[in-house]
Design a protein around this ligand. Sequence first.
Ligand code: OOG
Ligand code: NI
Length: 438
Amino acid sequence: MDQPVAPAAIRAAFSAAMSRMYRAEVPLYGDLLEIVAAVNRNALAAAPELARQLTASGEDARLGEERHGAIRVGTPAELRLLARIFAVMGMAPVGYYDLAPAGIPVHSTAFRAADAAELATSPFRVFTSLLRLELIADTTLRAQAQAILAGRQIVSAECLALVGQAERDGGLGAADADRFVAATLEIFRWQGRAIVDAATYHALLAQHRLVADIVAFPGPHINHLTPRTLDIDAAQAEMQRRGMAAKASIEGPPRRAVPILLRQTSFHALSEGFVPTDGADSPAQHTARFGEIEQRGAALTPAGRALYDRCLDAAQQGQDPAAAFAPFPDDFAAMVAGGLAYAQYLSTGRAGHAASIAQALADGLVIAAPLTYEDFLPVSAAGIFRSNLGAGDAADSYAAGGSQAAFEDALGRAVLDPFALYQAAQDRSAAHALAQLA
Ligand code: OOG
Ligand code: NI
């Protein structure tokens, strides 16, 4: 093999290829990219402090390239295959999301880069959901779905061979990396055809729209690709001004001086024609794919997350959102002091020595800045799923709770703990800052 291509470079190339493909498939995504680019330019111009911070942390470079996708698979074997493919791009499964309480018969993880340097090069993430067929009440339909899924092959022989080669040789050379990106892209392409007849499609749809979306098609077509905006309120206003069918409200915490976690909004699924196996000349319509934008804020510690969940709960009980979130300090220093948020330490450029990060902070040698939240939120994800299913589609909730153990069994490995990753990033940042002062 010639020099292996860095997994981060393959990931960045794949993320860019995915963006080109989705833009061609869903032209409104191109409009979203334009809106987000303009809003981000304005936000940086209006907030020099934010601009300085993003430059110091290296995040300004990744911002224009930053996006997450979402896909849904039908079987443990498909999930494991995707895990191997994402591993070639340096992406590992992080976190566990149970969507059953929201009436969505899947559980999920996010494939993403795990450490800060890798995230800086390419933060591309893919929210990946596994269908829980055991939650499908109709046992005949469940068996039928199982048989359909058992018969499909979502990955080409070429892609499979390249993954095997990467695993064996510890990477891919430049030409093979290009072939790998192209072959992997095909897995997620919308093909405009079903692998079932029209009657089966409608039976699956009647069970749950998501079941039809996962089972009736040749593979896990990408269902949205989400750019990151620095001001989601401005982006949402612009979406509405342009007449996009944006969701009425933004998921996540209300607007704050110091953004936390994740705020998201989407516009509704498009209706796309497809051809069932028995209806070559009478295309049917499927609605699954949509547009989404998000604003990312500070990663929270377990204590911060618990407080956030309490505030969210109060808001969901009907309390005014601003009042519900009032207990959460809206000042980064207070958040760090209260043990609510993780930090990264950025040099102020002043020379000096410090024995500890606390002293370096006190002496003004470094400043603490938020570590960006790289993950997802189950409540927000459920809202995104639901808004794109259509009213009446989702059951209120499934009685069976989720099971991380069952998910990990299907995946064939444990998912990484996001809190541990943020803690490690904070610790490394502190050690690095102190070493630079020494
Ligand atoms: C995934 C929904 C979750 C997000 O941003 O929270 C998600 C899906 O609809 O498949 O993408
Ligand atoms: Ni999403």
